[in-house]
Design a protein around this ligand. Structure first.
Ligand SMILES: Cc1cc2nc3c(=O)[nH]c(=O)nc-3n(C[C@H](O)[C@H](O)[C@H](O)COP(=O)(O)OP(=O)(O)OC[C@H]3O[C@@H](n4cnc5c(N)ncnc54)[C@H](O)[C@@H]3O)c2cc1C
Length: 809
């Protein structure tokens, strides 16, 4: 039987790039299998624009790498990818759009993206055809451009072929051989199967069908995406930058013959062949019929931007299907089936992303994980609910229809809600909960009943004040002064059981978890570079049973990470028990008074120690109680079996009445945790930072014996090069929201990881990694908030209760 180190299924730009990069890492025995010809899927009808600016640092870095690669491909492979580095302009037709561009420019500066905001006149000098009437300025990125999608794919394939990759066309994959949770091979129509331990699903709009052959759900949704090609327009030449007008939902580039390519993201998107059956098997080298009525609003947008287009005839309308995802981010990485990787769902950015996608995927396959933190693109971010095709479609529709909108911080998605609800949902709604959504869960952001006009003067300036309520400071202060009650049922809960549970967790956790039953340990789980993969509490329930609690959105990720670390000889069972336990957190100085009035258990400071767990009965409700906090106050997280949750909530609300208890939401938690210096995974701490850099050295036990990441930490033990620092902005109503650049003497020295207002300390707080020499308290810096430099100072961390007296009281 034929064998290969890896089989990549799908000969579009993504598959070719993965083959290129995998062979570049020394994997010579790679097969690229395409059922028709190379570039016969979405790649062949792409408009080819390459814009680097995207929603996350990692994705933008991937795009920046793509550009570097496209510049050098011809010299290396002899095949011209048709790269035109003409730059790009993004117009702003409103004050808010200018603010957005300024924010993006500041952000781009933190990792070397040469994006600048230019005047309308400067933009016109570069692209004299647009109508300047409503335009207030533009963002200019000189290193953007466009590429010939087929040329690019052929150049990448040629690079791979030269290093030994076998390229099979007419090779339709028809089945995956999966045994014992691992992929073992691929079968094809009319040709021998190939035995392999690595398969990459790079099937574009067919990625879901291919995934299902291995029992893997890949929630891509094909959408019909259109652009048109015009006859020559006066003044158009191939040196023009690409042009986007997000307020009119359209994009443009010049064509070789002097015509324009013009497309966009319409408000009424058209999902196509999105149901269980998926796209028809014979759909290759094909387009969909032009849909003129759907393009009409975009055509109007085009004429508004470039009036000369009105008199230019249309040569052709291209309507091609493209794989979108329910959250607008790529889908990359290894699935729950060992060795079965996915690279799909490029949301009309697959040409721009292909270079970076190939590099990330090759590292993932060959080295076990990519260099960049790509959690936002990780296949594992999707929970089980994305198996619903209608849910996936509705979420993807919303992303598509609002693609060019300004997305304000704190904005909530609407599609497919409500889906996952705690048993208290109706009660919380009755209390005026303003729900937000995380990983499908409805969670109260704040309660309208707590709104208090007196706090209006605290409303943050600008964007940060948009999705904001006076209830947030009210709930924050009530928790600090009296008590707050939080429904945290959505927390992800993982149980690790078995004779080897302790030694297994000791091997993968940085802290010492070999503690007596009833102790709670805060720990990180590290990769072998020492980067933080998971951040959670581990509670030893019994000698052979641990309960791990992690963030709402991180359950699938943490579960996959922990399972992935288990060796065949480990006698452990790792199970998601999220649905079996609800969680109600009671925090604040009156928490003990409230709890003790509802239970016979000893909840005194000595009877129930900080960071310990006991089984208690609250009212008539049996709960697992953990004395832990994410807000920096005395209190407990109470975990009853789910069916008791509503009763538990009611009992505590009633008991709390004389003590001034308030129901409180997640936005208050975020403000409380910021001033207490608690880190948020995915923002302040990621797989790219170590606990030492993150100021979490106290949660690492270097003396407990070997654990993953220990060697890397030891190498960096004589002092990390950067350090997560707490900054306070001089203006308390100027709020950094994350990603703003931090300056020292005019130079960018860091980027805000998360920020907000601490209502007890009365300060605008921002966390940022700074070079160690700048990370000392008292150091003066500046943070650029919407183009304005605001003075800031490094302060001792945490700002609130630095000795932790309140949590131990
Ligand atoms: C109209 C339009 C305009 C676009 N404009 C841009 C743009 O300006 N910039 C940009 O960056 N992106 C753009 N895109 C998006 C871009 O084209 C795609 O993201 C990219 O081409 C996707 O590449 P891929 O390799 O994932 O998928 P594809 O190119 O679709 O490749 C997947 C391949 O898998 C093969 N395959 C499927 N099933 C099997 C099987 N069972 N066995 C073997 N092979 C199989 C298919 O035949 C296909 O060739 C646009 C897309 C469209 C539709």
């Amino acid at each position: 039987m034929d064998e290969a180190q890896a089989v990549i299924v799908g000969g579009g730009v993504a598959g070719a790039s993965i083959a290129y990069h995998l062979t570049d890492l020394g994997w010579a025995d790679v097969v690229l299998a395409e059922r028709s010809d190379l570039t016969s899927g979405s790649t062949f009808h792409s408009a080819g624009l390459v814009g680097q600016l995207r929603s996350s640092v990692s994705l933008t870095r991937m795009m920046m790498y793509s550009v570097e690669l496209y510049r050098r491909l011809q010299a290396e492979t002899g095949v011209d990818p048709g790269w035109h580095e003409v730059g790009s302009l993004r117009l702003a037709s409103s004050g808010e759009r200018i603010e957005e561009l300024q924010r993006l420019a500041g952000w781009g500066r933190t990792f070397g993206l040469p994006l600048e905001v230019v005047s309308t006149e400067e933009a016109l000098d570069r692209f004299p055809l647009f109508d300047p009437r409503d335009v207030q300025g533009a963002a200019y990125l000189p290193t953007d451009g466009y590429v010939d999608p087929s040329g690019l794919t052929m150049a990448l394939a040629e690079g791979a072929r030269r290093r030994g990759c076998r390229i099979l066309t007419g090779a339709r994959a028809t089945g995956m051989d999966v045994r014992d949770g691992r992929v073992r091979g691929v079968s094809f129509e009319g040709r021998d199967p190939i035995r392999t331990d690595v398969v990459v699903d790079a099937g574009g709009i067919f990625a879901n069908q291919l995934g299902r052959m291995a029992g893997v759900e890949v929630p891509v949704v094909p959408f019909a995406h259109q652009y048109l090609l015009t006859e020559p327009v006066d003044g158009v030449h191939t040196g023009l930058p690409t042009l986007r007008d997000p307020d009119r939902l359209v994009y443009f580039r010049a064509e070789a013959g002097g015509g324009l390519v013009a497309g966009g993201y319409e408000r009424s998107p058209a999902p196509w062949a999105w149901d269980e059956k998926g796209p028809p098997a014979g759909f290759n080298n094909e387009l969909l019929p032009a849909d003129w009525p759907r393009f009409e609003p975009l055509a109007e947008g085009c004429f508004g931007v470039i009036p000369a287009m009105q008199s230019a005839g249309v040569v052709r309308m291209i309507n091609g299907p493209e794989a979108f995802t329910p959250d607008g981010e790529f889908i990359l990485g290894e699935s729950d089936v060992g060795g079965f990787f996915v690279a799909a769902g490029f949301c009309a950015h697959g040409i721009a992303g292909a270079g970076g996608v190939g590099k990330v995927m090759a590292e993932w396959i060959a080295r076990g994980r990519p260099e960049l933190d790509v959690w936002k693109m990780d296949l594992r971010r999707f929970g089980r609910h994305y198996r619903s095709r209608t849910y996936a479609r509705d979420r993807a529709c919303e992303v598509y229809a609002t693609y060019y909108d300004i997305h304000y911080p704190g904005e909530e998605r609407r599609a497919g809600r409500p889906l996952k609800m705690a048993p208290t949902y109706a009660r919380l709604a009755g209390l005026g909960a303003e729900f937000g959504e995380k990983a499908g869960w409805e969670r109260p952001n704040w309660f309208r009943t707590n709104e208090d006009e007196r706090f209006e003067e605290l409303r943050p300036r600008g964007w940060a004040g948009r999705h904001w309520s006076t209830a947030i400071p009210a709930e924050h202060l009530a928790t600090r002064e009296r008590a707050g009650l939080f429904d945290e049922t959505s927390f992800a809960k993982i149980e690790v059981t078995g004779p080897d549970a302790c030694q297994f967790l000791q091997r993968i956790c940085a802290n010492d978890v070999d503690v007596s039953s009833g102790r709670v340990v805060y720990t990180q789980l590290l990769n072998d570079r020492g980067g933080i993969e998971c951040d959670l509490t581990a509670t030893r329930l019994d000698p052979e049973r641990y309960l791990l609690i992690t963030g709402t959105a991180f359950g699938p990720h943490d579960l996959a990470w922990i399972r992935g670390e288990a060796r065949p000889e480990d006698d452990v069972d790792v199970r998601d028990v999220t649905s079996s336990l609800a969680c109600v957190a009671l925090w604040g100085p009156r928490a003990r008074d409230i709890l003790s009035s509802t239970t016979q258990a000893d909840v005194s400071n000595q009877g129930f120690l900080y960071m310990s767990q006991r089984d208690v009965v609250v009212g008539d409700v049996p709960c697992l109680a953990l004395r832990v906090t994410y807000v920096g106050e005395l209190g407990w997280e109470l975990y009853p079996p789910t069916e008791f949750a509503l009763r538990l909530w009611d009992v505590l609300v009633e008991a709390g009445r004389p003590f001034g208890l308030v129901p409180a939401g997640y936005r208050a938690i975020d403000s409380l945790r910021l001033e207490k210096g608690y880190r948020a995974w995915g923002a302040d701490i990621t797989p790219e930072e170590t606990p030492l850099e993150a100021g979490l050295g106290f949660a690492v036990d270097m003396d407990k014996g070997e654990f993953t990441g220990r060697d890397a930490l030891r190498r960096g033990a004589d002092g990390p090069g950067k350090r997560l620092s707490c900054l306070v902005l001089a203006d308390p109503r100027s709020v950094a929201l994350g990603n703003e650049p931090v300056f020292a003497e005019g130079e960018v020295v860091g980027r805000v990881t998360s920020g907000g207002v601490g209502y007890t300390v009365g300060k605008s707080i921002a966390f940022a990694y700074l070079p160690t020499h700048l990370a000392s308290a008292g150091r003066s810096l500046a943070v650029e908030v919407f183009g304005e430099r605001v003075d800031a100072e490094v302060t001792p961390d945490p700002l609130y209760d630095p000795r932790g007296e309140r949590i131990r009281s």
